[in-house]
Design a protein around this ligand. Sequence first.
Ligand code: EPZ
Length: 440
Amino acid sequence: MDAFVIKGGRRLSGRIRVGGAKNAALPLMAAALLTDEPIVLHDVPDLTDIRSMTRLLAELGCPRDDEDAERPGRMRLRTIDRSLIHARYSLVSTMRAGVCVLGPLLARRGRARVAMPGGCAIGQRPIDLHLRGLEALGARIELEGGDVVAQAPHGGLRGARIFLGGPFGSTVLGTANVLCAATLATGTTLIESAACEPEIVDLAALLSKMGARINGAGSPRILVEGVDALGPAEHRVMPDRIEAGTYMCAAAITGGELALENCPVDALMALNSCLESVGVGVQTTGGDDPMRARVRITPARTLRPAMVTTQPYPGFPTDLQAQMLAMLCLADGNSVVTEKVFPERFLHVAELTRMGARLYRQGPTVVISGVPGLVGAPVMASDLRASAGLVLAGLAARETTIVRRVYHLDRGYQRMDRSLASLGADVVRVDDRDLDRIDE
Ligand code: EPZ
């Protein structure tokens, strides 16, 4: 397994282009199951989760048929076999987003068998809202051997009024599932308390190009008029707001300056407001499209503390909580971070403490007493964003930080080590067996 060896203390500086969004690309890929025509996607990031989804779609009779090294980021998917309906546990357990094949399979093939994803490092992750939404469209759902087995009624799914709110707000992938299923249902579907995340807007944009009739995506109330069939489409995946936000925080924690291109600044208002409140400059310097802008990050003279509460979009994203928390460890004063989407998502807290951070956790809230500096240490976290938070802490810490199990990072960041090195960081990827030999 690979690890990052980070020698901290260098200010980041330079330019970076934000890639296509993992969390947009995964449901966009699953939407290819809704038609027999080709779906062509551009700006698909080269990540482990994307490769797992490609494998899953191939197992479901919808292979990628364009391995074209000349055009990285382009992906063509086409359904060739509609008899395959089983998303196996071995794939869904490595990538929870595998669950978003459920709605498309049910809508187009009338049935689906998808392994229950189970919990993961960031806490319990139920799919009751997904299932409730699909049942409202008429599906019969049973649990068999750990799989969700779903069957559409004779004559197909029927439009309905569906409420997708849960104890922690709406559900992003649940909204994607119900939205996809509703495009081919008979009649009108109203999704109330739909997720408003920009990734849902991107999915609705692709579905509309395929011929779906959707209104209100991006608001909590989405209206879908079912159609008989969907056709081919070509679509460019939206830029990754979490990748952009992570590099913004990386610049901020090192007191660096960074220019971002292809930055979805319009989808990062909560982060920007937070960065500005701690003293970091965020300036849009160009680009006509606020979802693909040029943005400049300038350092704070002194990092001020902040109160941050994660919430569903447009609130502060849970996927940037660990990165922000790492930064606030170095603020001049006390900060408070509260997690309202995944209340257990604090795997980074114990590890940051090993680097000299002063953190006090009580349930979903962490109080951070800022320290003047962090000290490098060997650390590890089995969650993608927690690992990103540890890398950021390592960039700012004195001496050497070793972040183990970076395969978690590879699920969501395309070669983060290379990107950070191109901005002046001292980060090297090593095989952690070599580290063990050094330790001995
Ligand atoms: C998506 O997960 C993202 N994943 C997550 O990003 C992200 O953290 C999350 O949305 C929230 O923004 C992808 O897009 C692939 P939810 P999702 O259903 O859709 C509860 C990353 O690091 N809930 O919106 O699975 C749930 O437990 C990943 O890139 C129910 O109660 O998240 C949570 O508390 C991690 N019942 C809240 O809702 C349900 O049926 C929001 O979860 C579904 C969810």
